[in-house]
Design a protein around this ligand. Structure first.
Ligand SMILES: Nc1ncnc2c1ncn2[C@@H]1O[C@H](COP(=O)(O)OP(=O)(O)OP(=O)(O)O)[C@@H](O)[C@H]1O
Length: 269
């Protein structure tokens, strides 16, 4: 079940990988903590991968290194062949909390990254795209509404639009739907898959949920206890598009059981 080369959801064959991490380690010297140890990762274009592991094993640290928000202590991180040396505009990120600005309408929140990057004229020109995104995530008609009037799930959908408005090729997601109830979370995960397929985005997801990792991913990277290392890359051989019904298939259960047993072992490795 281990995999060295992931399946590709959108046909990235022949094109160079999007992310290549080689022997990435990270120590937080202030607290003498080694968070990551010798992590190797290759993400083909258009692939969907996730990392799963116990709390504190280094998943968010890995994501922050990939986003250029923190630097590795050793090893290299390349995005489309070039070293990642700081935050990048071509990467979209989403976190557990939607972090919308309460004094801006949903539409203005979505357009904010464009306004900051390219100015008001450019952001005005993107209004039709923002409205189309709201439509895409089922928020048609909520453009003039303030965040306090949105449910948690609606706010996360708006945050997803804000991430997508800049049309990033790469999505780095840190438990984006973990604060949602199970039904909203399932819905958002299927939306996420649809958008990734449509946009051919290369996506890397941090999650604590084994079923979520399996239903969404081409490859699930299972991380050991800290310092985080990959114990195994589990290739998920289920057809696309994935559906929630697939979660009741025996093959799905085989994958989740396998990952659960790796995590049980990994906690002590
Ligand atoms: N800025 C920092 N300074 C010092 N230590 C840190 C810092 N950020 C994270 N750590 C430590 O590094 C380790 C890994 O943290 P990280 O947030 O990457 O784990 P995680 O797997 O994402 O955890 P969780 O699943 O609970 O969110 C933890 O022991 C944490 O305390």
């Amino acid at each position: 079940m281990a995999a060295s080369s992931p399946a590709i959801i959108n046909g990235g064959e022949g094109s160079p990988p999007v992310f290549v991490l080689k022997s990435v380690s990270k120590s937080y010297s202030a607290r003498s903590i080694q968070a990551l140890q010798n992590v190797d990762l290759t993400l083909p274009r258009g692939s969907f991968s996730s990392v799963i592991g116990a709390s504190g094993c280094g998943k968010s640290t890995l994501l922050k290194i990939m986003a250029g928000l923190t630097s590795p202590s050793s090893g290299s991180v390349k995005l489309v062949g070039k070293p990642v040396l700081g935050p990048r505009r071509d990467i979209g990120m989403m976190f557990q909390q939607a972090t919308l600005f309460p004094w801006l309408t949903t539409l203005d929140n979505i357009l904010l990254p464009i306004k900051i990057r390219d100015g008001k004229k450019a952001s005005d020109a993107r209004k039709p795209s923002a409205l189309a995104l709201l439509d895409l995530v089922g928020l048609k008609g909520f453009d003039g509404v303030y965040p306090s009037e949105l449910s948690g799930g609606m706010a996360q959908r708006a945050a997803m639009c804000r991430m997508l408005i800049a049309e990033p090729d790469v999505l780095l997601l840190d438990e984006p739907f973990s604060a949602l109830d199970e039904i909203s979370r399932d819905f958002m995960n299927m939306e996420l898959q649809r958008i990734c397929l449509e946009r051919q985005a290369t996506t890397f997801l941090v999650t604590h949920s084994i079923p979520e990792a399996v239903i969404l991913s081409d490859v699930v990277y299972v991380m050991s206890a800290r310092p985080g290392r990959f114990i195994e890359a589990v290739e998920i051989d289920l057809p696309r598009p994935r559906t929630l019904e697939m979660m009741s298939e025996p093959k799905f259960g085989t994958y989740t059981n396998h990952i659960r047993s790796l995590l049980d072992k990994g906690a002590f490795i």
